[in-house]
Design a protein around this ligand. Structure first.
Ligand code: NOJ
Length: 528
């Protein structure tokens, strides 16, 4: 069973409702053994930093044995640790140490697919068509003469068809890379194995999971063709005609997941649910399904008052009839970082500072991506450095996600800025990042890191942040303003010009205030 809660951790069973989670993309956070790749030892060495920053919980991306075709999201054994990242003893120590400094630990669960190196897939390849080994995946005959065409028209998210052919002529389904065959959740063995994986980590004491492709895991009977939309990017939403995702039977799997969690009080799961319709998204948050679902509307919103307000309104509407709070994301390891999305450079940073106060003022759970607190931008990487499977699978048409996965700069003036004991890292770090380092910013009261520290401290300690509701306030054109029931007022100015500051005591601002005014691209918190 779940170990006794550590006294440093709040005993509340639903601690996650307003928690600030910190996403650690493990390859890029901190390297403890000097091979240029982040690892569990590196995370352990930075726990004091994370506790001091003021976050409540960690989400660590996959660290399981993997051939790394998709940097760990291709899992060969979900119940062990990849040697590049450490071992099980190292993980157990990390868990104990994190709990001791008041940080909960959640980890990635990757149910939708396995690695092609997983023993099940290797057994499936060795077995005959129609065998029980193949029934754990989706093996089908092809179409056309000699079955030489894929069984349906589904594209892979990473480019090319979602099917690959094996030597005996059958095809297997992979919504992502060909090294990530989709598992068949109508097969009881597949569900039972997922439950075994969950219990394996829950018994070790993890506090929850982030569920990868939580809107996958169910495919329509007969695997019919889907509606293909012109001009939609690989990672963009294909809407309701996309039969690869958001099929009703996915909820059967979520109920099984929740039943396992319910036996471990105080644990939770957040789903990566790329479903843009509010009502469809809400279905994942029914009382016997996920506790949280990422809402990606802030992450996809333009830096404009109307878009930001819509993002907030829809995110709140999606959870309104459910037991769940909203769950806010500005950046992650799959999309361009928001400093870059908002224009890059000084402008992008200024807007990112304002966005931080917007995100942290909202009711519900918050996910920060490692480096958000440093204002990290995307990095223009040379072609030869690119590693994301999207680059090859798209025939070099799309550069993929490496630009937002460059290692974190910790200290010093040259690459690798304290990330590793060596200069060359798995993705190269650029020159000129001395001012971006965590150590450099800690010493600067005006840095974005200092802003995050102040904001996180207020959010944790001030009763002004109480209550899960939000009331919109009248605001000048191009601005958004809202009040939390506890009394916090947040005003964000995206209007292009200064606006008058409202009444109230200023608690924190993302930039220097004018004389009685809030400058453009600035947010302020007030007690009013
Ligand atoms: C979503 C993850 O965030 C992404 O990095 C990964 O490539 C896909 N799922 C496939 O597992």
């Amino acid at each position: 069973m779940h170990p006794d809660p550590n006294p440093v951790l709040s005993p509340s069973a639903d601690w996650w409702r307003s928690a600030v989670f910190y996403q650690i993309y493990i390859r890029s956070f901190a390297d403890g053994n000097g091979d240029g790749v982040g690892d569990l030892a590196g995370i352990r060495s930075r726990l004091p930093y994370l506790a001091d920053l003021g976050v409540d919980a960690l989400w660590i991306t996959p660290f399981y044995p993997s051939p790394m075709a998709d940097h760990g999201y291709d899992v060969a054994d979900p119940r062990d640790v990849e040697p590049v990242f450490g071992d099980l003893a190292q993980f157990d120590t990390l868990l104990t140490e994190a709990h001791a400094v008041g940080l909960r630990v959640t980890i990635d669960l990757v149910p939708n697919h396995s690695s092609h190196d997983h023993e099940w897939f290797q057994a499936a390849l060795a077995a005959a068509p129609g065998s029980p080994e193949r029934a754990r995946y989706f093996f089908r005959d092809g179409r056309g003469p000699d079955g030489a065409e894929p069984p349906n028209n589904w594209p892979s998210i990473f480019g090319g068809p979602a099917w690959s052919r094996v030597p005996d002529g059958e095809w297997y389904l992979h919504i992502f890379a060909s090294e990530q065959p989709d598992l068949n959740f109508t097969n009881p063995e597949v569900v039972a194995d997922l439950e075994a994986t969950m219990r394996f980590w829950l018994d070790r004491g993890v506090d929850g999971f982030r569920i990868d492709v939580a809107h996958g895991m169910a495919k329509p009977d007969g695997l019919p063709d889907m509606v293909l939309l012109e001009g939609v990017g690989l990672l963009d939403d294909h809407g309701a005609g996309d039969l690869r995702f958001d099929q009703d039977d996915v909820h059967v799997v979520h109920r099984r997941i929740r039943a396992v969690l319910d036996a471990y009080p105080g644990t939770m799961a957040v789903g990566e649910v790329w479903v843009s319709d509010d009502a469809r998204l809400a279905q994942y948050l029914r009382p016997d399904e996920l506790q949280l679902a990422f809402n990606f509307k802030l992450l996809t919103a333009e830096w404009a008052a109307g878009d930001l307000r819509d993002a907030v309104t829809h995110s709140l509407a999606a959870v309104a009839g459910t037991p769940a709070p909203a769950c806010w994301v500005l950046s992650n390891h799959d999309r361009p970082r928001h400093v870059t999305r908002y224009g890059g450079g000084e402008l992008g940073l200024r807007r990112a500072r304002a966005a931080a106060l917007l995100q942290l003022a909202l009711p519900g759970a918050v996910y920060l991506y490692n480096g958000d607190e440093l204002g990290m931008p995307d990095v223009d990487l040379p072609d030869e450095a690119l590693q994301d499977p999207i680059w090859e699978r798209s025939g070099h048409a799309e550069r993929g996600r490496d630009a937002c996965r460059v290692p974190m700069p910790w200290s010093g003036t040259e690459p690798s800025y304290g990330f590793s004991s060596r200069a060359d890292t798995w993705l190269p770090m650029p020159e000129g990042w001395a001012a971006l380092t965590a150590a450099g910013q800690a010493a600067d009261a005006t840095s974005i890191q200092s802003l995050y520290r102040a904001a996180l401290a207020l959010r944790t300690t001030s009763p002004l942040f109480g209550g899960e509701a939000l009331d919109w306030l009248p605001a000048p054109d191009g601005c958004l303003a809202f009040r939390r029931p506890g009394g916090l007022v947040c005003l964000v100015n995206v209007s292009g010009a200064p606006v008058p500051l409202p009444e109230g005591q200023v608690l924190l601002a993302s930039a220097d205030l004018g004389d009685g005014t809030l400058p453009d691209d600035t947010a302020v918190w007030l007690a009013a």
